[in-house]
Design a protein around this ligand. Structure first.
Ligand code: ATR
Length: 283
């Protein structure tokens, strides 16, 4: 019986069913997690259907912002970033949560032993992924965040939202094409988070001029894209510690699992499930 699922548009590439069912199976709970293609215009109707028929939902692109208006309550961390990727449904009552930020935080710990607290970040991007994760970082003690994004107004919007939360995190904008500003931002950060969608396609340009990266720089690079991007290739050439988005996807899923079950998932089982072919039982 399917009681949990991931929805998105598109969604067939999702690794969540295999990854989540691996965790459910380890807890003796069978394989209750499916998949469903939901278009943006179908979202309100789907949420009402889910209210009566499911216990948990993961939402991927493009639903994370729109669903905020459809839930009964949001956790503080979801309200802070105005993004929801997880629904917990209890007796028809829908709580929306956001596990992307904590997922990236845990991934940095796992991959680099890097805490968020006290660290300086350069985010490439100011779209949905950057918003959810950067706002979580600002609320988790990050010392500073520079946003490098093609469209300045989107970065300014996130910076305003962070300022309204009265954190101690200093935020600023750097134009990706301005070499001096970017060189300074790279020099003065502990970690670059690549959070644009650039890199999904093989012929995408990098999010900034990779010549700006230097060998022996004391930083780490995390690319939220689950691919061997040009940024990651360049980082490896320069011996800069780096990693792609896999562990973030696993950790955000693990946090959803905790919310739904109150149990600690077997992370290694989830990592094995993640490597299986994508997709799952359609509901
Ligand atoms: P996601 O949910 O994956 O974050 P999104 O909200 O559409 O998706 O955000 C996409 C991000 O990639 C944005 O930062 C976007 O930059 P803009 O804010 O300027 O649109 C960035 N991006 C996408 N295509 C790009 C391109 N060709 N050049 C530069 N940045 C690009």
């Amino acid at each position: 019986m399917i009681k949990y699922l991931v929805i998105g548009d598109p969604v067939s590439h999702s690794r969540s069913p295999k990854m989540q069912n691996a965790a459910f199976e380890k807890c003796g709970l069978g394989s209750p997690y499916g998949i469903r293609h939901v278009k943006p215009e179908e979202l309100p109707q789907f949420v009402e259907y889910a209210r009566k028929n499911f216990r948990g939902v993961n939402l991927t692109v493009p639903h994370k912002q729109m669903v905020c208006d459809l839930v009964d309550e949001m956790t503080p961390r979801a309200a802070n970033c105005k993004s929801v990727n997880t629904l917990l449904i209890t007796d028809g009552y829908i709580l929306g949560d956001s596990t992307d930020g904590v997922g990236l935080e845990q991934a940095l710990r796992y991959n680099f032993d890097l805490p968020v607290n006290g660290k300086r970040f350069l985010f490439a991007g100011a779209g949905g992924a950057a918003r959810a994760t950067a706002i979580h970082f600002a609320c988790s003690g990050a010392e500073s965040i520079v946003f490098a994004n093609r469209t300045e107004s989107k970065a300014v919007e996130i910076i305003r939202d962070i300022e309204a939360l009265n954190t101690t995190c200093r935020c600023s904008f750097a134009a990706p094409q301005e070499r001096e500003a970017m060189a300074a931002a790279i020099k003065n950060c502990d970690c670059i988070i690549q959070a644009t969608s650039l890199g999904l396609k093989d012929d995408d340009p990098p999010p900034f001029d990779l010549e700006l990266l230097k060998e022996n720089t004391d930083l780490v690079i995390f690319d939220t894209i689950y691919k061997n991007t040009k940024l990651l290739q360049r980082a490896r050439e320069l011996n800069i510690p780096c990693s792609g988005g896999k562990e973030m996807l696993i950790q955000q899923g693990a946090e959803s699992f905790r919310l739904w079950t109150g149990m600690e998932p077997d992370l290694d089982a989830m990592r094995e499930g993640f490597e299986l072919p994508p997709g799952g039982v359609e509901v």
